[in-house]
Design a protein around this ligand. Sequence first.
Ligand SMILES: NC(=O)c1ccc[n+]([C@@H]2O[C@H](COP(=O)([O-])OP(=O)(O)OC[C@H]3O[C@@H](n4cnc5c(N)ncnc54)[C@H](OP(=O)(O)O)[C@@H]3O)[C@@H](O)[C@H]2O)c1
Length: 271
Amino acid sequence: MTLSNKKLAILGVGNMGNALLKGILKASPVAPKDVIVTARSEARLVAAREEFGVGSTTNNTKAVEFADIVLLCTKPQGIEDLAKEIQPAFDSEKLLISILAGRTTKNLEDMFGTTTPIMRAMPNIPSMVDEGATAICAGSYATEEHQQATRAIFSAVGEVVDVAEYQMDAVTGLSGSGPAYIYMIIEALTDGGVKMGLPRDTAIKLATQTVLGSAKLVKETGLHPAILRDQVTTPGGTAIAAIHDLEDHGLRPMLISAVVTATEKSKELGD
Ligand SMILES: NC(=O)c1ccc[n+]([C@@H]2O[C@H](COP(=O)([O-])OP(=O)(O)OC[C@H]3O[C@@H](n4cnc5c(N)ncnc54)[C@H](OP(=O)(O)O)[C@@H]3O)[C@@H](O)[C@H]2O)c1
């Protein structure tokens, strides 16, 4: 199943729904006339119609009937009621892709009828600027074609990796929640700069670009971060003095622990 000539419904055109809509229209052969979006409030829909020229409705069933691929981007709370509402419009030909945190493909198969092909995806918020990190996994009735269509959708807004479903909680703990950790790091580096006398706007520009550029260097060189770190660590210099401080204060165990805690929380919420 490629995306060309496919009709797409995005149920819940909020933050993530909007980011995906924008990325899909920019990067893929899906035309605005082949896309319909839903929300509860008319204001959201007017904004999507005006910005992207897509169809819109508050009637989720109508949107599902229109589409070959349904992207579920509402909140996990209330999904049972929504599933009851739209389930009759599904058949084994329509692909359902869910980005709902904590809802397994098995949960969704039970709600939507067992033969519905279902894919689960965990994107993250930098999808809004086409730098997302998304993990996907397949439900029991999703074929390789369904997986390809799902990869095509999320690669429009960043990187996509395949994982086993049991790894989705770890994905939530790492890349799903990860932007929050990085924002704290940017904020703290900025405060460090301000403490040492830099104006705040200069400090935040430097901190942000340092995080962005360092990540880009890891990605583009494919080198282990420790090798890149060693390259900027002059003997007796400033970086090694700071690294000693970071090790002393437990930066690494702290970040590992953050991922562990968020993974466990994700498991708990899923249960
Ligand atoms: N944000 C993240 O970083 C992130 C990362 C990974 C996964 N997710 C998942 O993405 C999903 C959406 O998150 P979000 O941050 O985009 O939330 P959001 O901005 O609140 O968007 C949710 C959207 O769903 C709409 N909606 C709610 N109930 C609906 C219904 N019954 N019918 C039609 N539309 C309905 C809302 O409409 P109104 O605006 O009209 O109320 C809103 O536009 C969640 O399931 C979350 O677990 C989010």
